[in-house]
Design a binder for this molecule. Sequence first.
Ligand code: SAJ
Length: 402
Amino acid sequence: MKILDKTICVLGLGYIGLPTASLLGTKGYKVHGVDVSENVVNTINDGRIHIVEPDLDVMVKSAVNSGNLKASLEPCEADIFIIAVPTPFKDGKKPDLSYVAQATEKIAPFVKSGNLVILESTSPVGTTNEVVADILANYGLKPGEDVFVAHCPERVLPGRILIELVENDRVVGGINEASTKVAVDFYQEFVRGDVLATTAKTAEMVKLTENSSRDVQIAFANELSMICESEGINTWEVIGLANRHPRVNILQPGPGVGGHCIAVDPWFIVDRSPDKARLIRTAREVNDSKPDWVIDRVKNCADKFKNPTIACLGLAFKADVDDLRESPAFDIVQKLKADSIGNLLVCEPNLKQHKDFDLVTLEVAIRDADIVLLLVDHKQFNHLKVIDFKERVLIDTRGVIK
Ligand code: SAJ
């Protein structure tokens, strides 16, 4: 079958589903995107986007205008179904697979013999078989025989999604060999990186391993920053010099680890192997403790003033995105507000407004501040120099201010 004849139904039009759907639309597939939010569906059908991601607006507009991308609240029949819904955790850091289950239930009545169902959401080991394939089987389908089912975890970095969707290598694991083959053939049609075949369980573990590895490495940097601070040493200088060793490559400390991936996925490993995943759990705990450490530093500084004005620079979970999910910066500012620590001036250049804060410009925030708390290394803050701050107290959690 030629690309132009293939129809694709993408479940979830968020940070992964929308870029994937629009990319496939611009490649010539007929894409039917599904989301639970009417607002998201209407925005996309108008050729607009509801998230901040470089160049995504142009791609969505082009895919919608060509007639290849349509958004809807309901799925329809298709050759390929891609599930790209959230997999957060619930109480007790237990994986919440309800969105995956609901999405599978939703498509199941439309899945026919010969179709391919792909789970792209980052998922605990076993999900592709025990949730997706099992639900399809409940609808009378025979996963692996008449319907192909595979996991192909998304690996794109927010801020570079459209580049990485095409350039990154992809790991594809089916519930059986036939499923792997059909899914590999599909990804090879639009991925320029290598498409690497394995099993569904291995693909699930690979994705969790990637993010846990990054979490452990960032925890090392964060722990180091707390040690260096108590020694009166500049952590960024230490890391910069240590990284001049040919076999040392330490990541950067920050106010904590945020986002919906790295702060979440390691718990999926801990949940299944609580006795063995000791380092992975500790890394999560170190990274989760960092926001409170930053808050204590702010409180110590604030005690030296009478109702100080505190400029909080950045709310997003990382540089140059508007995403506040699991953001340590946002948590810190919320807690300062809840504890009535100073008069807060919040600057987040990637958001026009926020319901909890009256956002101000960088100039206003710095002009009126006694304490400047830099939380995110957005490009708008990169030019800042210590000399710009005169007698203000600086707390730079990202090592940005030169
Ligand atoms: N961070 C640091 N120090 C660093 C690097 C990052 O504190 O040296 C912080 C960031 O500020 C942020 C958090 O870590 O709060 C996560 O940011 P990130 O840029 O490391 O990763 P994400 O969450 O945007 O995307 C990750 C990526 N995974 C890896 O790099 C292994 C991406 O490829 C995945 O597709 C994505 O998770 C995902 O969706 O799982």
